[in-house]
Each structure stands twice: as structure tokens, then as C-alpha cells.
Design a protein around this ligand. Structure first.
Ligand code: OVM
Length: 411
């Protein structure tokens, strides 16, 4: 029997709704986090929802139900936290995000500022710089021989181009990566992953807070754009700092993870990599399929703001619902050959970026980063050789590699 994880401070204890199976599982157990596919299948097999007594939550992973919960921000709110903890109860590890952990009308205002900062136009200006960085990195890695796709490719790329796009004047890749691990692990229960990540707080949080100050951000970046919205009176200076914190929270670990996962998909599916090489314009489609197939953010929670029904199940106010984006993105009822990585499908509607009003506001940036690296691989690399069994790193909200040794062979 799985050991119940310790619940975070502040959690509604609910009773299982009628007709919902009780499932004795710890969705945050490291063995599940590093190999989620069997868990996703079992989750979808439970029906619309399952009740997990260890966490006192409902969980869902079928595409239709997950999409319904995620798209309905008025019934299923974010301001009570998108992890296990109910922000109405207890204290949070940091001041809540004013965009991720917010509902309308507060969210509407901050979202507008972030959309403008990372508009298609703003991101278009970055593409050639991203491509130069990707071309140079892949050329160097081709010469290097064997290397780790995480620490030698994904992390160096994302922690170089993104902080520059933000306008950070004091980049510290290690601390940015570790802060991402804090933010995403904090969404789970008080388990080993969360404790280990949050223990680094005293070293990392002051660096992050300092980095959000206006004086630390150069002109022309996303950070300066956010502060100009404060000058225009759309938000306060303090809110601008909080939105820069959101950039640093959501913009590093996610793209590091997506890059590693992309290499994992292509290394294990050489015929798919050959398709990409034959037509590098498939980079965009390949990225969406990587997202569908690997779901870098594997889950987020919502909280029922009212007592309501979904799929005939009564959900009482205060219920936390753990939405498994990873399970929904592999649902065979939604996707043909769901367990096949196929860059020629058009996985429109995948939930890896979420859905509804909270759908990833930085996705233009993520797409530009991934398209640059996938294009460089398509143009310069003949073959991606996998040299070890990839090692995954358990994280309460992210499905990421820890280590994957590969060798690139020049085209
Ligand atoms: C934020 C934030 C943190 C993590 C993820 C995220 C995926 C946003 O601090 O606003 O979006």
C-alpha cells in the first residue's frame, strides 16, 4: 500500500462523491513521476474522476473531462492555488503569482500586460538571435562527441536565450533552473521532492527577487515591457515586479524540459527525425507533438468554487481536482495511435499549454526557442545516437529528464 504523502498545510478534506472510485495511489510517488505512462492508463480507466484518499482530492485524466475542468475558470478557480494546497487555508511558500494563481478580474489585467510583452510581434524580433544561438550550440555539440542532452544542451540554451530576452543583467543559470524546480515541486504534497527543492530557497529566492527589480532589467526586453505597462498606469510597479517573477518562474524549467523531451522523442524515433530532416519546416509540428507526447507540465490542480457537476459527478465546493494533462494528452479516445510519436499529426487541442483563459501566455517564446533548436538539428544533424538509458528526474508538476547521454552525427 502506498504511504500517504503528508498533505500541505491548508487542505480541504472531502468525502468521495457518489459513484466515484476510491483509488489507493500516490500520484506523487517518484516511481510514477519518472514513468507515468502506466499510471496515466490506470487513471483514465477509473472513469471520469477518481478519489485519492492519500491526498483527499479528485483526479481526472480523460481528455474530455480534463478539458472541461481546465476550460471553465468560473467553476474551477486558480486563486486558491493550482497545486495541492488550498490558498484559502494556511500560508503559502511565497506570495501567490498574480497571473497563474489569480482569477478574473485580477487575472484579466495582468494577463493583458503579459500578452503584450510576449506578443507575436515582440517574439518575431527574437527569432534570428535564437536561431544563431541554436546553430552555434548544435555545431559545438557535434564537435564535442558524447554529451548530456540536459546539462549540455537544454539548460545552456534555455538559460542563455530566455534571460537575455527578459533583459536580465545578472544571469545565473543554476539558480534559474533551481527556482523552476522550487516553483513546480511546490505544487505537490510535502514530500521529498518538495522539501529538497524548497530547502534551496534561502540561496535562490533573494536572487530571484533582486532580478525582478526594474534597475536590473535592460531596455528592450520582456521585463522592461512589463515595467512600461506600470508607467502607463495599467499595473503598479510592485505588480510589474511580480510579473517579472512569473517570467522567471514559468519560462525556464518548462523550456529546458521541452528541449530535453524533444531530444528524447527524436533519439528514440529515428524515422521521425528523418522526416524532420527532410522537411525542417516540420519543426513547429514536431514541437507540438513533443508537447502532446511528453506533457512537460504533467499536471495542475483547480479548486471547485461552487458545488457543481461534471460528467454526472457531484463536486462539492472546496474540492481540489488534480488534472492530469499528461493522461489527457495520451487518451486513445481523443488521439489516433495515442502512444505513437508522430510529427505528421496535427495535435491541435493538446493540453500541454493548458486551455481557456490561463493557456500558456509565453507559448510564442517557447515555440520560438524550440523551433530554433529543432531547425538546427534538422539542418546539421544526420543521426541522434542514444548512449544510455535516459534517467528521469521526479518533480511534482514537471515531467523532465535528469540525464540522457547522446552523440550527434553531422549531416
Ligand atoms: C507564475 C508561474 C509559475 C509557474 C508556472 C506558471 C506555467 C506561472 O509564477 O506565474 O505557468
Amino acid at each position: 500500500m502506498p504511504q500517504p504523502p503528508n498533505l500541505c498545510e491548508g487542505h480541504h478534506v472531502i468525502v468521495p462523491p457518489k459513484g466515484v472510485p476510491v483509488w489507493d495511489v500516490d500520484p506523487y510517488a517518484p516511481e510514477i513521476l519518472v514513468n507515468p505512462a502506466p499510471y496515466y492508463t490506470a487513471l483514465r480507466g477509473q472513469g471520469a474522476f477518481a478519489y485519492i484518499p492519500a491526498c483527499s482530492i479528485l483526479t481526472c485524466g480523460g481528455f474530455a473531462v480534463t478539458q472541461e475542468v481546465f476550460s471553465d475558470h468560473s467553476r474551477f478557480v486558480s486563486a486558491r492555488g493550482v497545486g495541492l494546497q488550498d490558498f484559502n487555508l494556511g500560508t503559502t511558500w511565497r506570495p501567490p503569482s498574480i497571473i497563474l494563481e489569480a482569477d478574473p478580474p485580477d487575472h484579466t489585467k495582468t494577463r493583458r500586460v503579459m500578452m503584450r510583452a510576449m506578443s507575436p510581434r515582440a517574439v518575431a524580433d527574437l527569432r534570428s538571435g535564437f536561431q544563431d544561438a541554436a546553430d552555434g550550440l548544435i555545431d559545438r555539440l557535434l564537435a564535442q562527441g558524447q554529451f548530456d542532452a540536459v546539462s549540455d544542451l537544454a539548460e545552456p540554451f534555455a538559460t542563455d536565450v530566455f534571460p537575455r530576452a527578459v533583459g536580465m543583467q545578472h544571469n545565473d543559470p543554476r539558480r534559474l533552473v533551481d527556482y523552476g524546480a522550487m516553483v513546480f515541486n511546490a505544487l505537490g504534497p510535502d514530500n521529498a521532492q518538495r522539501r529538497a527543492a524548497l530547502a534551496k530557497g534561502p540561496d535562490i529566492v533573494p536572487f530571484i527577487t533582486d532580478s525582478c527589480a526594474r534597475a536590473r532589467l535592460s531596455d528592450g526586453g520582456f521585463g522592461a515591457s512589463i515595467y512600461s505597462a506600470a508607467d502607463a498606469g495599467d499595473i503598479s510597479q510592485a505588480e510589474a515586479g511580480m510579473l517579472v517573477r512569473s517570467l522567471l518562474s514559468a519560462g525556464v524549467d518548462t523550456t529546458v524540459t521541452a528541449l530535453g523531451n524533444a531530444l528524447w522523442c527524436l533519439a528514440r524515433n529515428p524515422a521521425q527525425f528523418d522526416l524532420l530532416r527532410a522537411d525542417p519546416t516540420l519543426a513547429k509540428a514536431a514541437f507540438d507533438e513533443v508537447l502532446r507526447f511528453t506533457s512537460p507540465v504533467h499536471s495542475f490542480c483547480r479548486t471547485a468554487a461552487i458545488t457543481t457537476q461534471v460528467a454526472g459527478v457531484e463536486i462539492v465546493e472546496g474540492t481540489k481536482i488534480l488534472c492530469s494533462l499528461g493522461a489527457a494528452n495520451l487518451d486513445p479516445e481523443r488521439w489516433h495511435n495515442a502512444d505513437q510519436f508522430d510529427i505528421t499529426r496535427r495535435p491541435v487541442g493538446h493540453l500541454a499549454f493548458g486551455a481557456g483563459i490561463h493557456v500558456c501566455v509565453g507559448q510564442n517564446v517557447a515555440r520560438a526557442e524550440l523551433e530554433a533548436v529543432l531547425t538546427a538539428l534538422a539542418q546539421q544533424v544526420a543521426r541522434i545516437e542514444l548512449l544510455n538509458a535516459p534517467v528521469w528526474r521526479p518533480n511534482n508538476a514537471i515531467h523532465a529528464l535528469d540525464l540522457m547521454m547522446i552523440r550527434l552525427h553531422r549531416a
